[in-house]
Design a binder for this molecule. Structure first.
Ligand code: NOJ
Length: 563
């Protein structure tokens, strides 16, 4: 049951480490730094797509699901990497992208060539336009990348042809999941990677695969499961099929869904025992810095997961969202894609302080934990990239209003005092430029500083590993510490207290402070130790008999066999 408590580190391959000196991260770079991930204390790595791709959407436009992009390496290197990581106790999770393929994928190329009415086109959503000359778009569904979701093709004789559906960019045509070839192919892709020893898959855009074949406009049909492109009930059958494939392998091969579904009951429906194992908990990630918002989100998340028996996941960021250091330093610190703008002020010191406190909060919550590369270094979002270097289609499709996601995808700083900070050999231009001021944020600089964010993460993950009450299991709220506190106990003698306000609060009685995200005042206040604002502390408390009973009950609960 490793996955119920796992710490999973997300590697954005292009920006982790460059092994061949071309300015882009690659598998050689990852292999060279596996020791770093072992020392950090992670249980698994999730790799963002590493397949051959024109990179119209950073690799989420896949040309061949069974190979590695030559810029990143070879399949043999990926196989070696999976084994080397395993030898260090680190499992591998690969990213599969089932909703769409690259427009260079052989299926789409064949569909374009075969023309209207061909079986090749049935694997996608080709459709005649409306109106006398077919010039009107089939539906007005809006892309999550803004703009229209259909592009018109040109027939071989040069006349305007059918339209095809793409929920993202035109370079990412959507597959038709009602077609048996599509289902078979993806189950086969799962087997391909499971056969190579991967421990799980992260399922991209998992709630979008099925579309209403009647092509209604949004809102024409109402009620749960009736949206034309999102969270349709038929999806569950797809994931039951995937679960059967995963379960046919020894050990647990996990399905981790990227499920952006706001209704928490509909979200956890994907986690029923014969569907996915876990899904990213985006509810927490979108919440502002507020004790009330955190408590509400945590309580609702735990309550909704309990009936399906799935563990929660905790995610502060990923390659799509604003880095916590920058987000939590803003006056409005809630996250929403459509809110992203240039020039929104942030207080980086406050943001870092809160991001560190948030890291200890999520690491103490029940379930599995995701860490996006660079968060352990406290990297901020880079918000002043020269416009002409921005690659993300979210920026371009917004007409330049949305800064896009490149600011959280900057190559990691490893060592040294100037770019490329050991990411690439000295003098190399990295695919996105790093800020000159990142010298203090490098891994090398932080390793030598006991108070660094890297050392805070290392200490937290070490404790999480050492304390059996952390990870999966029950949580008991501690009340009475005031409106700004988020406080709970795990097991009989561990407590986590977050002070999300600015004024200090009195910590509850404890025997020892195990870890704190910011220094605690040296002089004890009358009555005990004060927890400063925007800080989290992990405490060893006196053994609580009621909590011991909870944990004993949890420990004796029957669980599926270990994998
Ligand atoms: C979600 C991925 O995380 C994101 O990066 C990508 O652009 C979309 N899905 C489309 O594949």
């Amino acid at each position: 049951m490793w996955w119920r408590s796992a710490v999973i580190y997300q590697v954005y391959v292009r920006s982790f480490a460059d092994g061949n000196g071309d300015g882009t991260g690659d598998l050689a770079g990852v292999r060279a730094h596996l020791g770093y991930l072992r020392d950090l204390g992670v249980d698994a790595i999730w790799f963002t797509p590493w397949y051959p791709s024109p990179l119209a959407d950073g690799g989420y436009d896949v040309q061949d699901y069974r190979s590695i992009d030559p810029r990143f390496g070879t399949l043999a290197e990926a196989e070696a990497l999976i084994q080397e990581a395993l030898a260090l106790g680190i499992r591998t999770i690969v990213d599969v992208v089932p909703n769409h393929v690259s427009d260079r994928h052989p299926w789409f190329q064949a569909a374009l060539a075969a023309g209207p009415g061909s079986p090749e086109r049935e694997r996608f959503w080709f459709h005649p336009g409306k109106g006398a000359d077919g010039g009107e778009i089939p539906t007005h569904w809006v892309s999550s990348f803004q703009g229209e979701t259909w592009t018109r093709t040109t027939n071989p004789d040069g006349t305007p042809g059918e339209w095809y559906l793409h929920m993202f960019t035109p370079e990412q045509p959507d597959l038709n999941w009602n077609h048996p070839d599509v289902r078979r192919e993806h189950e086969d892709i799962l087997r391909f990677w499971f056969d190579r020893g991967v421990a799980g898959v992260r399922i991209d855009s998992a709630a979008l695969l099925i579309k209403d074949a009647d092509l209604p406009e949004v809102g024409e049909k109402t009620g749960p499961g009736q949206h034309p492109t999102e969270d349709r009930d038929e999806l569950h059958d797809v994931y039951r099929g995937w679960r059967a494939v995963a379960d046919s392998y020894p050990g647990t091969r996990v399905l981790v869904g990227e499920v952006w579904v706001p209704d928490i009951e509909r979200f956890t429906a994907y986690l029923r025992p014969d569907e996915m194992h876990t899904a990213f908990n985006f509810d927490f990630l979108t919440r502002p810095w507020s004790a009330d918002a955190f408590r509400t989100s945590i309580a609702a998340t735990l309550a909704a997961h309990a009936p399906v028996g799935a563990p929660s996941t905790w995610v502060l960021s990923n390659h799509d969202v604003t880095r916590p250091v920058t987000r939590y330093g803003r006056e409005d610190s809630a996250f929403a894609f459509l809110k992203k703008r240039f020039g929104v002020p942030t207080d980086p010191d406050l943001g870092l302080r809160r991001a560190r406190a948030a890291a200890l909060l999520v690491a103490a919550l029940p379930g599995s934990l995701y860490i996006y590369q660079g968060d352990e270094l406290g990297l901020p979002e880079v918000e002043d990239l020269p416009l002409e270097l921005i690659q993300d289609p979210m920026h371009h499709r917004s007409g330049g209003i949305d800064p896009g996601r490149d600011g959280c995808r900057i190559p990691l700083p490893w060592a040294g005092s100037e770019p490329p900070f050991g990411f690439s050999p000295a003098g190399t231009r990295t695919w996105l430029p790093q800020p000159d001021a990142w010298g203090d944020l490098t891994v090398a600089a932080q390793e030598g500083d006991p108070a660094s964010t890297l050392n805070l993460y290392r200490a937290a993950l070490r404790l999480r590993r050492a304390l059996p009450e952390l990870g999966d299991g029950p949580l008991g709220w501690i009340d009475g510490l005031g409106a700004d506190a988020v406080a709970f106990r795990r097991g009989p003698s561990f407590a986590c207290v977050v002070n999300a306000g600015d004024a200090p609060l009195l910590l509850p009685e404890h025997e020892e402070v195990l870890l704190a995200s910011s220094p605690l005042p040296e002089v004890d206040a009358p009555g005990g130790v004060m927890l400063p604002g925007n800080t989290t502390a992990w405490l060893r408390t006196k053994t609580d008999a009621a909590a011991s009973a909870d944990s004993a009950a949890a420990a004796t609960r029957p669980t599926p066999s270990e994998g």
